[in-house]
Design a protein around this ligand. Structure first.
Ligand code: NFA
Length: 101
């Protein structure tokens, strides 16, 4: 009977893990001027005038709107910078972050 030998095998974890993504969410308020919101969206999130305007209007009508998704660090940095841009002008403009499902 031929002997069967088994080679030791090392289980390698597949390199397919992606970082969890976080949404940056624009919150509506009654005070921040529309055009200022558009300017911040263009500057911080590199959106076109058209994209920025759509997101601003969606937040204005529905209360909030997802701006974009990023890794956690990038999402938090951008949300903070965009919120601070409003704060610097005395506006209550707010961007939050939330993990994607
Ligand atoms: N609701 C604000 C206004 O009417 C505009 C706005 C939109 C503010 C989206 C914040 C977020 N001036």
């Amino acid at each position: 009977m031929p002997e069967t030998t088994t080679k030791p095998r090392t289980k390698v974890k597949p390199q397919t893990e992606r970082p969890k993504l976080y949404k940056v969410i624009l919150i509506n308020d009654d005070f921040t001027p529309r055009e200022f919101v558009v300017t911040v969206l263009k500057g911080e999130f590199k959106l076109s005038e058209d994209q920025a305007h759509r997101i601003m209007i969606t937040a204005h009508r529905r209360g909030a709107c997802v701006v974009a998704v990023f890794t956690r660090d990038v999402a938090e940095t951008k949300a903070t910078r965009a919120t601070d841009a409003g704060k610097a002008k005395g506006y209550p403009l707010l961007f939050t972050t939330e993990p994607e499902e």
